[in-house]
Design a protein around this ligand. Structure first.
Ligand SMILES: NC(=O)c1ccc[n+]([C@@H]2O[C@H](COP(=O)([O-])OP(=O)(O)OC[C@H]3O[C@@H](n4cnc5c(N)ncnc54)[C@H](O)[C@@H]3O)[C@@H](O)[C@H]2O)c1
Length: 366
């Protein structure tokens, strides 16, 4: 991620110093950045001169002192709180007061990370999506301690890097990783209940909903290690709110080492895409499958606005640019009919009596 983010900055005239503890990672970073720029030159997306200039603005080092004079430091090391905490403590020793420090964390609390640095008011979350040079979205996440003007400053900077920035309150999963949970979670629930098999669910989401990939194909693509851990981390960080409950079936894939495409086996066996687990009866038709998952997604998007996680405009942008959904969920929900979404949610709530299916108070009023 660090290499991709640095490539974006260097492409937009910034001098970039890549700093990593591992010499091997630094070499790998130099190699992937250089080959990415060379490919763009070959495809005439960049002139040779522009390509050379971008690479010329980059430097790779394992000596942290070299980043002491930077205006902005973006941390993208391993996703472990203790590692980031140790790094921010070390950075605090070498940077002047005015340096802005950002983290690209996907799942850790920005406020808790800010508390590890000498000037928490100059600390902020800048959550890029993978691959950073291609994905337009960046979630800007201020810590509780972040000074207000820094958000605006980062919005300007991200616009100058040709990114679409959305602002999220520091809550688990920020916007995208929170609002997208039902795409996986409700699909898994339908599967676990034996109401439809994974291919039937994938087909319904693609054919009825126009999603590029179905939930099971996408989970296999992302990898069950990554996808399950994000779900588990959001669930625990939300004090076990049943809306985000992980699936035992997905956990069993993780336990078996069936991580998806990268291990050749997940919900499907590759390359033939045979289903690996028995599908039971087909209790729901494609429209019902789509309706149930879609209603949960719209409810989650509306609730993010209700809970002041973000603005309506930002949740719309975030889900289209961060996950490539065919439409913004709230405007799509309006076209579908918010009263129909409410009917589906109320029907599920009546049937299961689970808090998981509680409709957002804003659902009929947005
Ligand atoms: N991979 C993604 O899709 C993705 C997307 C968005 C955000 N993120 C976030 O970006 C961060 C990095 O993710 P990644 O997938 O690029 O990880 P990665 O494991 O590929 O890379 C982490 C790099 O950090 C280096 N490193 C580890 N400890 C270090 C230290 N103390 N000092 C200096 N360098 C150190 C490692 O050598 C490695 O090169 C994580 O916080 C992750 O949550 C990842």
């Amino acid at each position: 991620m660090g290499t991709g983010i640095g490539q974006v900055a260097a492409t937009h005239q910034c001098t970039v110093i890549f700093c990593d503890a591992s010499a091997e990672s630094l070499e790998h970073s130099r190699h992937i950045l250089t080959s990415s720029i060379e490919r763009m030159v070959e495809k005439v997306k960049l002139t040779g001169e522009a390509g050379r200039d971008i690479i010329g603005r980059c430097r790779w080092t394992s000596d942290m002192k070299e980043i002491a004079g930077a205006d902005l430091i973006i941390e993208a090391i391993v996703e472990k709180f203790e590692a980031k905490e140790a790094l921010f403590k070390a950075i605090s020793e070498i940077i002047p007061d005015q340096t802005i420090v950002a983290t690209n964390t996907s799942s850790l609390s920005i406020t808790a990370l800010a508390a590890t640095i000498s000037h928490p008011e100059r600390f902020i979350g800048l959550h890029f999506f993978n691959p950073a040079p291609i994905m337009r979205l960046v979630e800007i996440v201020p810590a509780l301690q972040t000074e207000k003007t820094l958000v605006e400053k980062m919005q300007h900077l991200m616009a100058s890097w040709a990114k679409t920035a959305v602002v999220a309150r520091n809550t688990p999963g920020f916007i995208v990783n929170r609002v997208a949970r039902p795409f996986y979670g409700e699909a898994l629930r339908i599967f676990d209940e034996g109401l439809a098999g994974c291919r039937a669910i994938d087909t319904a989401m693609k054919e009825v909903g126009g999603f590029r990939m179905g939930p099971f194909e996408l989970m296999d693509f992302i990898g069950h290690d990554v996808n399950y851990r994000v779900t588990e981390s959001v669930y625990n960080a939300m004090f076990q709110d049943p809306r985000y409950k992980p699936s035992l079936t997905q956990k069993s894939l993780l336990d078996a080492g069936w991580l998806g495409r990268k291990t050749g086996r997940g919900f499907y066996a590759y390359p033939d895409m045979e289903e690996t687990m028995t599908s039971y009866s087909s209790g729901l038709n494609p429209t019902e499958i789509f309706g149930r998952i879609f209603a949960m997604l719209v409810n989650e998007a509306v609730d993010a606005v209700y809970m002041n996680i973000c603005s309506e405009e930002d949740v719309e942008n975030a889900m289209q640019l961060g996950t490539n959904y065919p439409q913004g969920l709230i405007s799509w929900g309006r076209t579908f009919g918010m009263d129909r979404i409410m009917d589906i949610m109320s029907g599920l709530y009546e049937r299961y009596r689970e808090d998981r299916y509680r409709p957002s108070p804003l659902l009929t009023n947005i």
